[in-house]
Design a protein around this ligand. Structure first.
Ligand SMILES: *Cc1c(COP(=O)(O)O)cnc(C)c1O
Length: 230
């Protein structure tokens, strides 16, 4: 199947899941996760109308962003070391993976140098898995409050990566919990914080995520096929 064909199938599946949840399919944006895929694959997806891409690795992203021509938008979705933030400053429209204050401070500093603001999501490790990034649920609200005070950064929502399950229904409670946490933060009415975005759902479980309120689904293999590790 071609990338264009895969995209069509995914959009149909997004629409079915959205309708099931009585949501407008346009309220769900597809982030095509292009990590390990060559610039040509991104260009091919862009020609098929997919203009939003998610990348995980700073060096790989910087090289690819320089190669891809045209009006594409990049999101950074991977775990991020503070000393690498400078390489993505100004190049990404949204960072999904802010999980600690020191990282937020560096994003604030780098975007500030450009006289710009960066939109970010706070990544939550709901299951508390040692192998995954993300703040704990209990630390979330304090982190949001402190990040919100930084002038060159705007908190726009939350992101999570649940534990792996063969059955997508296994992930559903984690998606539901992320939405509940976003509701708590909204209720706290923290200045300059909105919970407009919930980034959750990947190739294996995005329909469940949409039913639970995802506004950004991060889909890699279902768009591009297997990853191209070199
Ligand atoms: C790789 C990755 C994805 C996409 O995973 P697929 O299963 O290939 O759809 C989504 N989110 C994050 C954070 C990733 O690292």
């Amino acid at each position: 199947m071609s990338i264009a064909g895969n995209l069509k199938i995914i959009h149909d599946r997004i629409a079915v899941a959205a309708h099931k949840a009585r949501r407008d399919p346009a309220s769900v944006r597809l982030v095509a996760v292009s990590k390990t895929q060559p610039a040509e694959a991104v260009t091919e997806a862009a020609r098929a109308g997919q203009l939003l891409f998610g990348e995980n690795y700073v060096q790989e992203f910087a090289a690819k962003a320089a190669e891809v021509k045209g009006a594409v938008e990049w999101h950074f979705i991977g775990s991020l070391q503070s000393n690498k933030v400078k390489y993505i400053a100004g190049l990404v429209a949204l960072i999904h993976s802010v999980d600690r204050f020191s990282l937020a401070e560096e994003i604030d500093r780098q975007w500030g140098k450009l006289g710009k603001s960066c939109d970010v999501l706070i990544q939550v490790n709901i299951a508390g898995e040692a192998t995954k990034s993300g703040t704990t649920s209990t630390g979330l609200i304090d982190l949001v409050r402190s990040v919100a005070r930084l002038p060159h950064l705007r908190v726009r929502g939350l992101m999570t990566m649940p534990p792996f399950f063969d059955d997508p229904e296994g992930a559903r409670p984690y998606f539901r919990e992320l939405r509940r946490l976003a509701g708590e933060i909204t209720a706290a009415a923290i200045p300059d914080v909105t919970m407009a975005e919930l980034s959750m759902g990947m190739s294996g479980d995005f329909e469940a995520a949409i039913e639970e309120g995802a506004t950004l689904v991060r889909i890699g293999t279902a768009v591009f096929g297997e990853r191209q590790y070199r």
